[in-house]
Every structure is written in C-alpha cells, then in structure tokens.
Design a protein around this ligand. Structure first.
Ligand SMILES: Nc1ncnc2c1ncn2[C@@H]1O[C@H](COP(=O)(O)OP(=O)(O)O)[C@@H](O)[C@H]1O
Ligand SMILES: Nc1ccn([C@@H]2O[C@H](COP(=O)(O)OP(=O)(O)O)[C@@H](O)[C@H]2O)c(=O)n1
Length: 210
C-alpha cells in the first residue's frame, strides 16, 4: 500500500507524513529532499542549476541516498550527511530551477519507484505522476501567511520575506503541483498537526472499509 501526501510549500507535508507513517508503523519518503540534495550539490560545485547533464554527472559521482526514517528522513552522500544543509534559504531559492528539469525529475522518480512498499510518499506529484495507483491520496493546503508563520520558526528571515519566497516558489512549482483528482484536499490552516494526522488516519480507515 502506498499513501501519497502532496501539497504546497510548508503546508505540513513532512511533519504530517512522519506522524501518519509512525501511526501506521511504516516509513515515509520525502521526494523534496532528493530535489534539495541535487540543488545543494549543484550549488556547492558551482554548476549552473539549469544544466541537467552537469547535475546528473554530480549525482552519479556523489550518489545521494535517502534514508526513509519514520521520525525524519535523512540524506547521505557516502559518509557525509547532507540533511541539515538541505533546508537553507539558498537551497529553497534554487530548488525549483532544478525541479523543472525532466532529467532530474526522472532521476528522483526512479529512486522512489525502486522503494519496497508499504510507505507514505510526500511531495508535489506523488499522487499524480509518480504513484498514480496509490491506495490513498491527500493534498495539503494553507494560506501563504499561515505557512510563512510556521516556517518562520525554522528560518532566520522575517515572516513577510518568507511569505514572499513561498509564493514565488509555489508559482515556479505550479506545473507539478496540481492535486490528483482523487486526492482528499485538506486545509491545514485551522488544524493542529495532530488534527491533520487524525483526518488522514480517519480517511485511511474509510479507504480500508471501501
Ligand atoms: N497543522 C499544523 N499546525 C501547526 N503547525 C504545523 C502544522 N503543520 C505543519 N506545521 C509546522 O509547519 C512547519 C512546516 O511543516 P513541514 O512539515 O516542514 O511542511 P512541508 O513538508 O510541507 O514543507 C513545521 O514547523 C511544522 O511543525
Ligand atoms: N515531488 C516533488 C517534491 C519536491 N519538488 C521540488 O522540490 C522543492 C522542495 O520540496 P520540499 O517538499 O522539500 O519543500 P517544502 O514544501 O518542504 O518547502 C519544491 O519547491 C519543488 O520545486 C518537486 O518538484 N516535486
């Protein structure tokens, strides 16, 4: 069984996926971390982020791999852990450039499709493109201001700057971010994290009964 949790930036995808995965006793996988790892390696190597062949060569050399721990995914390149470096504002600003490259999307998709079921997959196009046959699909939203207020607890910038950057990234990610027609859309704005996890677990109970 695959459960997909897609949504816009900072809508709660990874925190919610972690909670759902722990409740179900299965792993979750954060596809965004793979796009972020490709971006970080490109920035560190001084590669043009539009240059797909150069990025793929870097990925071949550094072979970043996702460790899908339920309490929080980690990313490694050999013995170097990349995880903490993946959520900088520099990576935030560059990642959508990398994510539009079809070659990079194919690289991420191949890694995800090689994973053994069951798992929760979170990102933008898990329910549409990567796992269209998933057993249950969810899509998280919240207003830009609420998302910026939440993310401000994790970034040094102020709320208006974070909100502007989130709106810019949403626009750049729009092509791959449409909800699957069969996804349950959840506005997380009025809900706590536990509340969102509860709605999804309830939705999964309904899927089980169907
Ligand atoms: N429903 C919620 N209520 C309050 N805070 C939330 C909620 N969902 C997520 N958060 C917080 O918002 C921040 C962004 O969540 P995160 O899971 O990183 O989102 P995404 O993976 O979509 O970027 C985190 O600090 C998280 O704890
Ligand atoms: N399935 C996915 C996941 C992420 N991405 C890209 O990767 C970036 C980072 O995704 P993320 O999920 O880690 O970002 P946040 O929503 O957590 O801020 C997004 O802004 C997209 O550009 C994508 O295109 N497709």
């Amino acid at each position: 069984m695959i459960v997909t949790i897609d949504g816009v930036a900072a809508s709660g995808k990874s925190s919610v996926s972690s909670g759902v995965a722990r409740a179900l006793g299965i792993p979750y996988v954060s596809s965004g971390l793979l796009y972020r790892a490709a971006t970080l390696l490109g920035l560190e190597a001084g590669v043009d982020l539009h240059d797909a062949p150069a990025l793929l060569a870097l990925l071949d050399n550094h072979a970043p791999r996702l460790e899908p721990l339920a309490e929080g995914n980690r990313v490694w390149s050999g013995t170097r852990e990349l995880t903490d470096a993946l959520h900088s504002s520099r990576v935030d600003a560059g990642v959508s450039v990398v994510a539009v490259l079809p070659e990079l999307r194919a690289w991420v998709d191949a890694q995800l499709r090689a994973l053994p079921e069951p798992f929760v997959a979170e990102g933008r196009d898990m329910g549409t493109n990567v796992f269209p046959h998933a057993g249950a699909k969810f899509y998280l939203t919240a207003s830009p201001r609420i998302r910026a207020e939440r993310r401000a607890r994790e970034r040094p910038e102020d709320i208006p700057a974070i909100e502007a950057a989130l709106v810019r990234r949403d626009a750049k990610d729009q092509v791959q971010s449409a909800p699957a027609p069969d996804a349950q859309v959840i506005d997380t704005g009025p809900l706590t994290l536990e509340g969102v996890i509860g709605v999804i677990l309830e939705g999964l109970g309904e899927v089980g009964k169907a």
